[in-house]
Design a protein around this ligand. Structure first.
Ligand code: PMP
Length: 408
């Protein structure tokens, strides 16, 4: 495989073994990625011998921790092609989108304005905009998909008007693996004076992201899908946009000066990071970015592309399997087993696979509008990561064959 020259990548992930010490065929990386030892160690050190608060202490340990925390911000900025004062640490992608909706959205979206989303969005890139639309009197439009499950940017072009203030799209779909032509999406949005927010949850772990080259205005992702810890993610926003955004939450660290008469706020990114931040998590995210960049996103992408091609070829040859999504999907394969009244519910498939130590996701994947569009209540989803290999595909195919026998 493409990753062979990086040694035994899988052995660096303690989570890839079952309780009985057998290999675990973990095919749910799109939900959350397993963590390499270097990330676990970085987190343990940050919570252990290095631990102290940031931004306040006058003692050396706190000053060092502040450097490490801000170093993580710099590393994340470099990772996606932004500058460090444009990175806001959030709890994850969900909080990042809610932050943009509650701050930029409340300032810039008014009655009659429009927001363009797509059919395949994750609930976290739908519900915050619905809440904003309800508060402001804005309207939401939904861009359709092409027949193979990509966001149809020709349709988007035809739908966009001067009333559109925001386009918010998944860079990579968490269900179909479809990759957006992000640069074209940015050009289309800007063509009508709208901003583009990209949900990069599934893109950041598998594609080289460069926000400057794309030309988007907001980019969000979660660390836990990028081989880092839960509880932290990032919002990148163009500096002039961040500078004009009102605060999100109030509290310590986000202020310039507080009096009972009037409080002034710190400049970005501190303005958006009220309270003691996720210090150890930021440091572990730094380790995760170092880890994935040492392997290289191009190598990760090639590795996952080969696995997707193999799995799609195998499943595509079975006449009782329906494959969803485009042939060149990034790291993610959604499918259904059986047809009509012989359809096996994905939960049953997932349960039988679990008995063989194969973990897939079965459900609506927080994308119920997409399930409605596909005409199914749920799909089975196998998603790959840098530790995945052909043994996982073999185990999955064996499990599918066993499920077929049970249901025959
Ligand atoms: N968007 C996409 C495309 C996702 O895959 C996910 C996680 N499933 C999210 C948003 C939400 O991320 P989080 O739960 O980490 O905030």
């Amino acid at each position: 495989s493409t990753l062979a020259r990086f040694g035994d990548v899988r052995a660096q992930f303690p989570g890839m073994i079952t309780g009985e010490g057998k290999p675990w065929h973990y095919l749910d990386t799109a939900a959350t990625a397993q963590k390499p030892r270097v990330v676990i160690d970085a987190m343990a050190r940050a919570l252990g011998e290095d631990y102290a608060t940031v931004h306040r202490g006058v003692y050396a340990r706190s000053a060092e921790m502040t450097l490490a925390y801000e170093g993580a911000r710099r590393r994340v900025a470099e990772f996606i092609g932004g500058s460090e004062d444009e990175i806001v640490f959030t709890r994850g992608a969900t909080e990042a989108i809610n932050l943009v909706a509650a701050t930029w959205g409340m300032e810039n979206i008014g009655p009659g304005d429009r927001i363009l989303l797509s059919v395949l969005e994750h609930h976290s890139n739908i519900v915050p905009w619905q809440m904003l639309a309800e508060r402001t009197g804005a309207q939401i439009d939904i861009c359709p998909l092409t027949s193979d499950g990509c966001i149809d940017l020709d349709a988007a072009e035809a739908m966009l008007t001067e009333r559109h203030k925001l386009v918010a799209l998944a860079h990579v779909s968490n269900v179909l693996g479809s990759v957006l032509d992000a640069k074209r999406a940015a050009d289309l949005a800007h063509g009508v004076g709208a901003k583009l927010l990209l949900d990069g949850c599934q893109a950041a772990p598998r594609l080289k992201v460069d926000v400057a080259a794309i030309g988007c205005d907001f980019y969000v992702f979660s660390a836990h899908k990028l081989y880092g810890p839960t509880g932290i993610g990032a919002l990148w926003a163009r500096s002039e946009i961040l500078a004009a955004m009102p605060p999100y939450q109030g509290g310590g660290s986000m202020i310039d000066r507080v009096t009972f008469e009037k409080t002034t706020y710190a400049p970005p990114p501190q303005r958006f990071e009220a309270g003691t931040p996720a210090i150890a998590e930021a440091i572990a995210l730094h380790a995760a970015v170092d880890f994935i960049e040492a392997i290289g996103l191009d190598n990760v992408h090639a590795h996952e592309r080969a696995l997707v091609a193999k799995l799609r070829e195998e499943l595509g040859a079975m006449n009782d399997i329906t494959l969803f999504g485009p042939a060149d999907s990034a790291g993610i394969v959604s499918f259904a087993l059986g047809q009509g009244s012989g359809t096996v519910h994905p939960h049953d498939l997932g349960t039988i696979l679990d008995e063989a130590d194969v973990a897939i996701r079965a459900g609506h994947h927080c994308a119920q509008p997409l399930m409605d569009h596909l005409g199914v209540p749920a799909t089975a989803r196998a998603s790959f990561g840098i530790y995945s290999d052909e043994s996982d595909i073999v185990a999955l195919l064996e499990g599918i064959a066993r499920t077929r026998r049970i249901f025959a």
